[in-house]
Ligand binder design. Structure first.
Ligand code: C5P
Length: 238
């Protein structure tokens, strides 16, 4: 069984702590309790005391995904990733640029930090790409960048449920696919345009699911997280 298939279903759920303060994020982690063990911290919280929260969560035995989407000159990326690697987080996001990818791999050294790449932001459409002078369409550009990540030795990509199957077909089992835009059946899509249920995303080849509001705004976040983990478990065991 490939390594990715052996991940415990609970560890495949990454709860996005998109909350304005560390106090609110910590309260949410307490409410969720043992129902989840993996948290994503993004730019909003990183610049509001989130780095110390990363240390505390890791110290408590949680896994942490730092969603910082780095893109800079190689030397800056290398040094920044060196600093991130000291936090003992599990995942860090960067933009899928070949020099960024190589510098990040150098920067993480022999730490266990896994590097995930954003191929094309989901807020970017075909019309935006044309305006910016790209000759490739969105779907092709995503796969080009998957090829680049594989060639450079990156660990994985962030991809919507709509892209996951094509990426899995292109990359095989060796690439980690992390999928946001997850909405359990019957829940509101909110501002997400292309949503997938947990079961559909896993069936499309996702290894990890990023879920924010369906858990954090639920009346019982622990129960919402547990239900998603059960759906993941059922989708994996088929
Ligand atoms: O609340 P919701 O489940 O929509 O949150 C999804 C999380 O995943 C947010 O933190 C969002 O920034 C992130 N994300 C996304 N789509 C991407 C990349 C990241 O929704 N393509």
């Amino acid at each position: 069984m490939p390594e990715a298939r052996r991940i415990d279903p609970r560890d495949r759920l990454i709860v996005a702590l998109d909350l304005p303060t560390v106090a609110e994020a910590e309260a949410m982690v307490r409410r969720i309790g043992p129902a989840a063990g993996f948290y994503k911290i993004g730019l909003q919280l990183l610049f509001a005391g989130g780095i110390d929260l990363v240390r505390r969560l890791v110290g408590e035995g949680h896994q942490v995904f730092i969603d910082a989407k780095f893109l800079d000159i190689p030397e800056t990326v290398r040094k920044a990733v060196e600093s991130v690697a000291r936090l003992d987080a599990t995942f860090l996001t960067l933009h899928a640029d070949p020099r960024t990818c190589r510098a990040a791999i150098e920067g993480r050294g022999d730490s266990a930090l896994k590097l995930l790449f954003v191929t094309v932001l989901t807020s970017v459409g075909n019309a935006d790409l044309q305006r910016e002078g790209f000759s490739r369409g969105l779907a092709d550009l995503v796969l080009d960048r998957v090829d680049m990540v594989l060639a450079a030795g990156g660990d994985g990509v962030v991809a919507s449920g709509a892209e996951a199957a094509a990426i899995r077909a292109r990359a095989g089992a060796g690439l980690t696919i992390v999928t946001p835009g997850i909405r359990p059946a019957g829940t509101d899509a909110q501002d997400q345009k292309r949503v997938a249920t947990p079961a559909a995303a896993i069936a499309a080849g996702a290894d990890y699911l990023v879920v924010g509001r369906p858990v954090t705004t639920a009346s019982d976040p622990a129960a919402a997280a547990a239900a998603i983990v059960e759906e993941i478990r059922a989708a994996i065991t088929g």
